[in-house]
Write a protein that binds this ligand. Sequence first.
Ligand code: 16G
Ligand code: MG
Length: 543
Amino acid sequence: MDYNRIDSISRSQHPNKQLTDVQYGTAGFRAKSDLLDHVLYRMGILTVLRSKQKNATIGLMITASHNEEPDNGVKLVDPAGEMLDSSWELIATELANIPDSELVNALKKIIKDENINEDSPSSVIIGRDTRESGWSLSRAAIDGINAADGIIQDFGIITTPQLHYLVVCSNTNGSYGEPTVEGYLLKLVNALLSIKKAKNNDLYVGEIYLDAANGVGAIAAKEFQEILHDNLSIRIFNDGNGPLNHKCGADYVKVQQCPPINSPGKSLTRCVSIDGDADRVIYYYLDDSDKFHLLDGDRIATLIASYLKELVEESELKIQLGLVQTAYANGASTTYISEFLKIPVVCTETGVKHLHHKALEFDVGVYFEANGHGTVVVKDSVLKMIRTASQNMNLPKKCRTASSKLTSLIDVVNQTVGDALSDMLLVEAILYVRGWDIVTWERSYTDLPNRQLKVKVQDRNVIETTDAARKCVSPSGLQSKIDELVARYSKGRAFVRASGTEDIVRVYAECDSSSEVEKFAAEVALAVHQLAGGIGPEPIIPQ
Ligand code: 16G
Ligand code: MG
């Protein structure tokens, strides 16, 4: 590599003004966009090194997901579509923060420590969401990749899940799908159409209203609509004409528990909200008395898992199905999964990488965060077994048909990462085959009332947790105080954790009384404020 070139471009075009340190968090770097130029240049170089090390294509996505427009961020995607390995998160953080004068030595050290052969080829796929700052940040990343002599494929404005899909396709010689945006759209739509032969079926009506958070999902949804024709009518609102993620999008709707701006007023209409980079999805509707009903990630997970279970049983194949959630999963959903569906369910820490890895331990693993981030992953050997069974004429027709339905269903899934639009098509497929409307879907169980709050503290790292964030081990005394509060509420459950994306502590509380849950959450937040160094006159901020 030409270190002089790397150094001179760094100093002249992408200097580290050292305004503030940044950290590779749960989903990459996220900060005000004007702090990120040097970070993108350096991440461009780092993706080239990672690509050389892995001898595979690496992805670089520029997005700040559900944050508002002035923020931006970057995350790197490893060869199998997973989030960057955690050991490299530390390398990325260090590289992003060092002064310009140390950049070359830091790169040489990474090459040595990580046993990277500088002469290996490298290839990087980059994409960005619709944020205005995305264009210049992508230029900075491209400068970095070019300076390190990497090969770039720039897909411009795409969703985060599309980028993951493209990385996986490139690394699997097209066996997962064609490595183009069109290949992505056609793969999902063709699979959906093989399941869904008509627009309506019993209570199911093939029309949805989509809140696209004024983000990149609006573009992808329009592309889907063009090839879906009238098999599914997607009525898109918040389609890019308003401010990104402002009073709209999956995160807003989930946390505020209310419809987004511009939502259709019609009752019993099936509505969908996705986030700014289209990797989260939730459903909602208003009933006859205009009461808001949320069907979140837990609800989507249970719908998918219950239908998969039905097909697995009909196919008579030996397949181990499992479901992965986080502590944010509503207690009622966990009870429903373990006691009614009788599917093994495990809890992991928050963040896609944790859920994804755990789900890979099952033959077919469904993972979802309550916030709508999730997908289904299937072991290659299991997928092969299902495909073979679907064509095995020695098997009873019922088993063959079930295997063939499983194959189509799995093809609707973007297995590489949670994908709002793929998940939405999957939900639509299942509602269609079941002949359900949204009210029938919601009937499976009743959510426990819940509330999330955030608390500002001097140093959020004083909060340490264990047991997938369900128990707080530091500061001392906080967990026993939480236990004491929990004991006062019927079906009470609460936990606290330091956010990985904001400088705050998050509080979650649920119990079986909607009139008491606010008070319960406020008491837990107050305990955090008192025992974990709360700051500010107003200890508790609604999430
Ligand atoms: C990131 C995570 C998301 C998680 C959220 C938690 C990815 C791709 N995204 O958005 O899964 O739910 O962070 O945020 O991993 P928090 O740590 O601020 O609560
Ligand atoms: Mg997102």
